[in-house]
Design a protein around this ligand. Structure first.
Ligand SMILES: Cc1ncc(COP(=O)(O)O)c(C=O)c1O
Length: 394
């Protein structure tokens, strides 16, 4: 049951985070109460905790078509992205493989990691992205070099939802001997993802985007791939990530992964029908609205809509006052009037990078909620537009 304070509120910000599923909460509470042992301990208590972590590892591996031994638990998507890129960069000889590539619309966890490595001597390149929000294999061919160490291209973009052709991108990267990493934080648990079939090398995922807890994620790395750990210490996670495991968080992630996988196709279908209902409703009911980026292929729960002559932050606040939670882009940059780096990279003019709202749907949303949002938006938008209309000269 939702908490009282949430009744009548419509949460449409699932790309920022999702509510933790009650079954996940139960499993985590049981671990905190009963399986408090340290998984590295040899005694009964330690072995119980280790068994719980191993079970979760198998569940997470199943979600992405991987072998459990290839999954390393981390503190979330940000650490997984850092680990993938820094780990590969540091494991290779920078004189021979000192070049790193990502798209211009990656999450800050990737973009700022590239910037940090650039300050330390690596050379970096950002793939340009057109108005579709989808990167092209030809653009990748143009920037790849014989010394490219790793190409990092997200599976789906967190702001506009576009899905990148990662299998093709991985093939292009491999032709030049580069490794391929994908940030699948916005697709894991939402659409099918098979790391083997796609022939990827490294994949980042995060539990709190699929009804698991915050502060836990995983990096999948292809068997045999050498990474330098970014956290040094004990021999945890087969020497790949030091630190006593977050057992309750990991167990929660495992339960969330199993539940997401069990209904992944049905839920994707339901989500895209609901998203399309919202999108078509808004485009029909509110004049001066446009969808940002290609409408297909897209992650099924996301739409990003531009509202002419509207300041996105004002619309976000007005919607919040009506009990509807949305976002102006990535959560990390909300609260500031920074234009979206994603919409900017797609070549949109300044006003369009500041008048766009992301609606990201989730498991508990209903048709009635979507219809309520579509019903209240025209009035709110008209009011805001009237407020900013230049007064007539007298
Ligand atoms: C695409 C993408 N990558 C990485 C992250 C960071 O994940 P975490 O919040 O688990 O650190 C996010 C979170 O918003 C994301 O959307």
């Amino acid at each position: 049951m939702p908490e009282r304070s949430h009744v009548n509120r419509v949460y449409l910000d699932h790309n920022a985070t999702t509510p933790v599923h009650p079954a996940v909460v139960d499993a985590m509470a049981r671990v905190l109460k009963e399986d408090f042992g340290n998984p590295s301990s040899v005694h009964h208590f330690g072995q119980r905790a280790k068994a719980a972590v191993d079970q979760a590892r198998s569940a997470v591996a199943a979600l992405i078509g991987a072998d459990p031994g290839e999954v390393v638990f981390t503190s979330g998507g940000t650490e997984s992205d850092n680990f993938a890129i820094r780990g590969v960069a540091e494991a290779l000889d920078p004189a021979r493989r000192g070049h790193l590539i990502a798209t211009a619309i990656e999450h800050e966890a990737v973009l700022n990691t590239l910037k940090a490595l650039a300050r330390r001597g690596w050379s970096t390149a950002l793939l340009p992205i057109g108005a579709s929000g989808v990167a092209s294999p030809d653009a990748l061919r143009d920037v790849l070099r014989n010394d490219t160490a790793i190409v990092s291209i997200m599976h789906a973009n967190n702001e506009i939802g576009t899905v990148q052709p990662i299998a093709e991108m991985a093939r292009v990267a491999h032709e030049r001997g580069a490794l391929f990493h994908t940030d699948a934080v916005q697709t894991a648990g939402k659409i099918r993802l098979n790391v083997k079939a796609l022939d990827l090398d490294l994949v980042s995922i995060s539990a709190h985007k699929f009804y698991g807890p915050k502060g836990v994620g995983a990096l999948w790395l292809r068997r045999g791939l050498r990474l330098l750990p970014i956290l040094t210490g004990g021999k945890h996670e087969r020497n790949r990530r030091a630190g006593t495991e977050n057992v309750a968080g990991i167990v929660g992630m495992g339960v969330a992964a199993t539940m997401a996988l069990a209904k992944i196709d049905d839920e994707a279908q339901r989500m895209s029908a609901l998203r399309d209902r919202l999108e078509e409703g808004v485009l029909r009911a509110v004049p001066g609205t446009t969808v940002n980026g290609a409408r297909s292929p897209r992650v099924p729960n996301t739409t990003n809509i531009s509202f002419d002559r509207i300041e996105a932050e004002s619309l976000l606040i007005a919607l919040d006052l009506e009990g509807v939670a949305v976002s102006t882009g990535s959560a990390c940059s909300s609260g500031t009037l920074e234009p979206s780096h994603v919409l900017k990279a797609m070549g949109f003019p300044a006003h369009r990078t500041q008048n766009s709202i992301r609606f990201s749907l989730g498991a508990a949303n209903t048709e009635a909620e979507i219809d309520r949002v579509v019903a209240i938006l025209p009035g709110i938008v008209e009011k805001l537009r009237n407020l900013t209309r230049t007064p007539a000269r007298v």
